[in-house]
Structure formats: C-alpha cells, structure tokens
Design a protein. Structure first.
Length: 267
C-alpha cells in the first residue's frame, strides 16, 4: 500500500514538472517578446508607461487564476495591478524610473518585514491583507521600471537578451529561495519527531494538523508560525539589500532609443 502510494506521488510530481516545463516554454516566450517589442517601438520615457500596462495585466491574471482555483489573494495582486498602471504612468511623466524602482523595492521590503512581524505576533486577517497590499503596491511600482531600466542599459540589438535574462534571474530568485524556505517547516518539525510522524504533517500542512490530538496541535502550529516569520524576515532583508543596490545604480538615464530620442533623467 505504501509503495503504491509513493509511486502515485512520484508519477504526479513527474507530470507536474513536465507540464510546468511546457507552460514555461509557452508563456516565457510571448511575455519576453511583448516587453521587448515595447522597448523597440516606443520612444523614451514612454516604455515605463507601457511596461506598467503589461505588469498590470500580469497582476490581473494572477488574481483571476487563484479566484478560479479557489485561493484568491486580491489584496496583493489588486494593488499590484493599480500601482503598475499608475506607477508606470507617473514614472513616464517624470522621467525618473530609478526613483520609482527604488521606491517600489523599499515598499516591497516593508511589506515582507510587516508579514514577518505579523507572523510573530499572530495578527489577524485584516492586518495580513494590509501587509499584502503594501507588498503588492511596491512590486507593482518596481517591476515595470526595472524592465525599462534593464532594456535601456544595453545596446539596441540586445533588448531581447536583456529582458529574457532578467526574466530568468527573476524566476531563479523565486524558485531557489522558495525551495530553501519550504524546508524550514520540516526542519522545525524535526524537533517533534519523537512525538509525531513528521512527514504527513509536512506534506499535508494545516489539513493534517486538524486531525491530530489537541495536545500536539499548538506545538506544530508554533513551528509553522516561526518558519513563516523567518522566511518573510529573510525576504525583507534581501529586498532591503536590493534597495541599497538600486539606489547605487548609475547610468539609468534614458539615452538613445530606437527612435533616436535622448531623454535625460532629472537630478
């Protein structure tokens, strides 16, 4: 019975990996190409405005997908949608993408740090939604300006390479730390291995915790809470470092584009 169950899990994981691979091929190309076309045909500083629309569309679909799947996160994605559109427009009007990118990263760091504090203090859902809104606002402002800055920093034939490279590193920045952080609950639960079977709890999460005896539930919930707090705290620290890097960037002035227009970023 156990061997059959393990075979079923392995087969399901193989299918998940295969279909995620196909999804990456199908979605990665059009997403990168659409952003590259904007850099090629739009006069600076207009790319920030249009990149904001693309990021907003991504956020909108991020809302629609979880709503269909039954796990909505409207606070983060909704604020990301609005901030992407209006942030891109304001950045385009002022011609200061670096300021908006750094400001968005700072808000993202604040949102992650708030989530860590809320986990430590066991805050309620309203506070969680506020922190997610701050995080979504920051990411919505930072992402389109980051894309525009990266594209502007390379010679004209290379925007596609720069955009795709940015997407790859962003995906790695999500996948690698996410894999590391997902191991934290298991590490915390190992301390309770003498009292419970840790593996089902790690695999099933809160659904399994509810089936355990009331005496064991507080310790397990505390292990998950501490892991979540550490994960968000590390994320906030990394975003804080990213803010310092963003502030130290040079050469973010928009220079010659495909149209031959030169736009200087105000001091």
């Amino acid at each position: 019975m156990a061997a059959s169950a393990l075979c079923g899990v392995a087969q399901s994981m193989g299918q998940l990996i295969a279909f995620r691979f196909l999804q990456g091929i199908g979605g990665g190309g059009p997403m990168t190409l659409s952003q590259t076309v904007i850099a090629d045909v739009v006069t600076p500083p207009e790319p920030m405005r249009y990149q904001g629309f693309f990021t907003g569309a991504f956020a909108l679909l991020s809302v629609a997908g979880p709503l269909i799947g039954g796990e909505p996160n409207p606070a983060q994605a909704g604020f990301m949608l609005l901030s992407s559109i209006f942030g891109g427009r304001l950045s385009s009007d002022t011609g200061r993408p670096k300021l908006f990118m750094a400001g968005g990263i700072a808000l993202g760091a604040t949102g992650l740090s708030l989530l860590a504090l809320l986990a430590v203090n066991q805050a309620g859902i309203p506070w969680l939604l506020r922190a997610l809104a701050v995080l979504g606002l920051g990411m919505g402002v930072a992402m389109p300006n980051t894309t525009a800055i990266v594209q502007n920093a390379v010679p004209r034939p290379w925007p596609g390479i720069a955009t795709s490279s940015k997407s790859v590193f962003r995906s790695l920045g999500v996948a690698v730390p996410g894999g590391v952080m997902s191991g934290l609950p298991g590490a915390r639960l190992d301390r309770l291995a003498s009292e419970i079977d840790v593996q089902p709890v790690t695999d099933g999460g809160m659904a399994v915790i509810g089936t355990l005896s009331p005496e064991l539930q507080p310790g397990i919930a505390e292990a998950f809470r501490q892991s979540i707090a550490v994960s968000f705290g590390i994320g906030g620290a990394v975003m804080g470092f990213a803010f310092l890097l963003a502030m130290s960037l040079r050469g973010t002035t928009f220079s010659e584009s495909s149209t031959g227009t030169s736009v200087e970023e105000p001091a």
